[in-house]
Design a protein around this ligand. Structure first.
Ligand code: SAH
Length: 345
């Protein structure tokens, strides 16, 4: 059993089970999540006997940062090697006062979006809550003294809502202000291919985190070709769930839209998107396609800049907040849709 990834309340229960008080469990949570310490030897305010009992029954382990690759743009890709030899990655992206961490939730991904390199891996397995939270704890320890990750996006490998239980446990640990890591939910964004049942369930958790939808097309025919998931939940079903997602007064839903030359990037596509989003408190992030080996054969290329800006201006004219998001870490295979790590035999 790994203590990293247990909820603070579970650590309290465990302390009692081991013959100590709930207070000891709270101390454990404080060391792990508030002080980012996983070495029992350093937890000097815990009785020696209690630490010995824990050491017999459990471990405190973080994913191993096997490789850290810096990009020319200041971002860094961390490749983690997990207990079973699987590999996942996370990306640290500094931008002014912000330091955003992009986290993975699965080894590989099962949704097979046609333009995504991770999708070509297939799904290997779900991460557990400790492996999700652990990516952040390691990233924070890699930053210089006094700096820490300020924003979290669940946009790495995997489909967060397909690993629902571990995702929600991780989110509770991340947002628990007293005994957890203590991030404001407004600084956390979970991105999904559009799993309607998961969106509805997440809305009921009262977590107050941001939701991002990977939309990529405003017509069912195009979207189903790019994203097989659209055959289970089409745009009407998806938008109905999105409209019901609870939002705080100034909060908005984010929509990601990968721009693919000649596929989904015409001014008519933009107009269709504007119609689809009518009446939704939306912010659109246009992501110019990031290349990977074999993408061109599959028919995917980044549109010329003029076409990207023309698409954006249709949305802006319709009154929709729209930014072009130039991905970070393209030179190190860390940009959106470029995360793939070798799978052990
Ligand atoms: N599975 C979730 C989380 C991953 S987020 C989801 O799809 O939302 C990663 C984002 O990068 C998604 O919006 C994905 O569609 C996008 N993406 C995938 N491949 C890409 C590529 N080659 N270029 C640009 N964006 C890409």
């Amino acid at each position: 059993m790994n203590l990293v990834g247990l909820l603070p309340s579970q650590l309290e229960d465990l302390a009692v089970e081991l013959g100590a008080s709930r207070y000891r469990g709270r101390q454990l949570a404080t060391w792990i999540y508030r002080k980012n310490v996983v070495d029992l030897g350093a937890m000097t305010d815990l009785p020696k006997e209690f630490r010995a009992v824990i050491a017999e029954r459990a471990v405190l382990s973080l994913p191993d940062a096997e490789r850290v690759t810096p990009s020319q743009d200041g971002s860094r890709k961390i490749v983690f090697r997990l207990e079973d030899g699987s590999r996942i990655s996370a990306v640290i992206m500094p931008d002014g006062d912000r330091i955003t961490l992009c986290l993975s939730t699965q080894v590989g991904c099962g949704y097979e979006c046609a333009f995504c390199l991770t999708g070509t891996m297939g799904l290997e397995r779900n991460l557990n809550a400790g492996e999700i939270v652990g990516q952040l704890m390691v990233a924070n320890s890699l930053l210089p003294e006094g700096q820490r990750v300020t924003h979290l996006v669940f946009m790495g490998m995997g489909e967060p809502l397909a690993n629902y239980a571990a995702l929600v446990t991780a989110l509770r640990i991340l947002t628990d202000a007293r005994l957890g890591i203590g991030y404001s939910p407004r600084r956390i964004t979970v991105s999904t291919v559009g799993l309607v049942s998961g969106i509805e369930r997440l809305g009921r958790e009262d977590l107050k985190i941001n939701l991002a939808i990977s939309l990529h097309a405003a017509r069912d025919e195009t979207r189903a070709r790019l994203m097989p998931v659209n055959r289970s939940w089409n745009l009407a079903a998806l938008m109905a769930a999105v409209r019901k997602y609870p939002l705080a007064p100034r909060q908005r839903i984010f929509f990601e839209y990968v721009l693919l030359n000649g596929v989904n990037d015409s001014p008519e596509d933009a107009a269709q998107l504007a119609r689809l989003l009518r009446g939704v408190r939306a912010k659109v992030n246009l992501i110019p396609f990031n290349d990977w080996e074999g993408a061109e054969d599959a028919g995917f290329r980044r549109p010329p800049i003029a076409r990207i800006l023309a698409f954006q201006s249709v949305l802006l004219d319709a009154g929709i907040t729209t930014t072009v998001r130039w991905s970070k870490g393209e030179d190190i295979g860390a940009a959106c849709g470029q995360l793939r790590e070798p799978v052990p035999a």
